[in-house]
Design a protein around this ligand. Structure first.
Ligand code: GLU
Length: 602
């Protein structure tokens, strides 16, 4: 079904304006401490930034105010997130960057995923032929991939930015030097990691001042990170890929600096200076899905985000989601996610190593062949067998069913737009909250544990797993930074979220809430979430868990588990006439921060 959304979207834009009244843009981050005011929605001119954190959004706004573009602002915001959200993002991690260029009305992407060492093979996480415990792998040198974030910043600025790296890193450098105000989320995330941080003196010194998580309201400084940013700004990211910072990373991975009294066994990794020198971001075409007359653009493999969100949208396109009851809408959304994940598990991995049928996964013919599995009155059961995108057969399956392998959560997403109409949707990560738990001594940043996104072993040895480790291979991601364009190739909205494999379902649910169910963007983000990933149960946030919908869906055969909080999305919406709306979470992770350069009410 192809139904242009233009009229509906202009009504949504009008509603968004009303929601946005009263939103203010706090001043750029002050030089010393003090948290800028936080608002989940902002409307106005001159450009916008939405992130989970007010200092980080303010860093992006500062760059926009000084004449920088959306790419400059995105890198500034990301660097500031490395200071205030060091457990989710930073130069020790990786990510995926999606960019809309207003001049050419086209979308471009950068794959800045971490890579496995060149010495890795499919036995990376096996000992005596058996997978090592997941938590042991997380807190180890073994799970540290070559960071892709600094290279992403450089590639993005070189290709589309207008400011040098040193200039856009300046607000973050200042924030690291003078400190930021600890909030409840930061304290809680520190407390959740305290047991392992205390075993690494460099992590304990930085994140457990005086031996305990810092108090809410206190100021946390990171002078080592300020110096790292300064070095990257002055000498370029080569100081990480071929210089002193890189040598420190390699030393730390190969001999994790664990407190000898801790008793913790920390497996070393085998990252080398050659691995770092060999690292490259990949510039590749976005995925594109046509949905109700709009173009939905996202990231191609090595992330499974674009193909899985796209396939599920194609499956849903045959249903008029705007007209369905809440129960039927959720039923169809859950089933489309289930099917998408069955196919993702079988077909998506690093395309440099696997023959990934990305185009076929996104074909409407394949989606239709899978949509025919969905029944109004009965839920499918999981694990559901994958289809064969190269040979779509109506309601047919292409292989044996295998359960979805476990992946950890959490990272962070930011969205930015500038006065010229350029847009960035950028998700960056160090994998789990707190990454590997290992801080590079003297450098002020945590190393990622991204390689735990590989399958340690196939879930079913009889079914091919495209996501086993390999030399220089990129672990499959779920990151889904998305930009939606209208028929004239002008932006409608940009969106993304953290949350491991739930990223895919959160982006899908938020898109359909906004595009089909008529919710203003901030409400589409705030709506309670469900996440089905080809597993026996669908996860529900408390508001759905406690709603009568749960029993009604249960009668169709759905089973549920509770998840206290899924994702932390941000988005921007183009309202026309140079006006933009930025939106973030109202509650999750303590609420996000939307800011605009010139708010409407000033
Ligand atoms: N490692 C996850 C992925 O790439 C991202 C981490 C998260 O957001 O939870 O899919």
């Amino acid at each position: 079904m192809r139904r242009p959304l233009a009229r509906k979207l202009s009504l949504l834009a009008a509603a968004a304006t009303l929601v946005g009244i009263g939103a203010t843009a706090p001043p750029a981050a002050p030089d010393t401490g003090g948290e800028p005011e936080k608002s989940p929605v902002a409307v106005g001119h001159g450009g916008v930034v939405a992130s989970v954190d007010a200092d980080a959004s303010a860093a992006g706004i500062e760059v926009l105010r000084k004449g920088g573009n959306a790419v400059d602002a995105a890198v500034a915001t990301a660097a500031a997130l490395g200071v205030t959200e060091p457990y989710s993002a930073g130069v020790g991690g990786g990510g995926y960057f999606v960019y809309y260029d207003a001049r050419t009305r086209s979308v471009h992407t950068l794959d800045g995923r971490e890579t496995a060492p060149l010495s890795a093979d499919k036995g990376l996480f096996l000992e005596d032929g058996k997978p090592i415990p997941f938590d042991d792998a997380v807190t180890s040198g073994l799970s540290v991939g070559t960071p892709g974030t600094p290279a992403t910043w450089r590639s993005a600025l070189d290709a589309w930015g207008s400011r040098p790296l040193g200039a856009v890193l300046r607000p973050a450098e200042r924030l690291a030097r003078h400190g930021f105000t600890v909030d409840k989320t930061f304290r809680q995330q520190t407390a959740d990691n305290a047991d392992r941080f205390k075993d690494f003196p460099a992590s304990a010194e930085l994140f457990l001042p005086g031996g305990a998580p810092p108090a809410v309201g206190s100021t946390l400084k990171n002078p080592d990170l300020a110096r790292t940013y300064r070095e990257l700004g002055r000498h370029g990211v080569e100081s990480l890929y071929r210089g002193g910072i890189g040598k420190d990373i390699v030393r730390t991975v190969n001999k994790p600096p664990v407190d000898p009294d801790s008793g913790r066994t920390v497996r070393p990794g085998a990252l080398t200076t050659k691995d770092l020198a060999a690292y490259r971001t990949k510039r590749q075409a976005p995925t594109r899905t046509s949905y109700r007359g709009l173009g939905v653009y996202s990231i191609a493999p090595s992330s499974s985000g674009g193909t899985t969100v796209g396939e599920a949208l194609n499956i849903l396109e045959g249903s008029d989601l705007a007209k369905l009851s809440e129960e039927q809408y959720l039923h169809r959304y859950i089933e489309a996610s289930r099917i998408g994940f069955a196919d993702r598990g079988r077909w998506v991995g690093d395309p440099a190593f696997e023959d990934v049928p990305a185009k076929e996964l996104l074909s409407q013919r394949f989606a239709d062949s899978r949509a025919c599995l969905i029944k109004d009155d009965k839920a499918l059961s999981s694990p559901l067998a994958p289809g064969d995108p190269r040979h779509p057969a109506d309601c047919g399956t292409g292989d044996k069913a295998a359960p979805t392998t476990y992946e950890g959560e959490n990272t962070t997403h930011l969205t930015a737009a500038d006065k010229w109409g350029n847009v960035v949707s950028y998700t960056l990560t160090i994998e789990q909250t707190g990454g590997s738990g290992i801080t590079v001594p003297g450098r002020g940043f945590l190393l990622n544990n991204e390689l735990t996104d590989f399958s340690f072993a196939p879930a079913d040895p009889a079914v091919h797993d495209p996501n086993l480790p390999g030399p220089g291979k990129r672990p499959r991601s779920s990151i889904s930074p998305t930009i939606v364009l209208d028929a004239q190739h002008r932006p409608v909205l940009a969106l993304g979220t953290p949350g491991g494999a739930t990223i895919i379902t959160t982006v899908l649910q938020t898109l359909t809430n906004f595009l089909d169910r008529g919710m203003p963007l901030v409400d589409a983000i705030a709506a309670p979430r469900a996440s089905q990933r080809n597993q026996a149960t669908t996860e529900l946030e408390p508001a759905l868990w406690n709603s009568p919908l749960k029993d009604r869906l249960g009668q169709l055969g759905h089973a549920f588990t509770q998840n206290p909080e899924i994702g932390a999305a941000t988005g921007v919406q183009r309202l026309g006439d140079g006006r933009w709306l930025a939106a973030a979470e109202t509650e999750r992770r303590g609420g996000g921060s939307a800011m605009v350069v010139r708010p409407d009410n000033r």
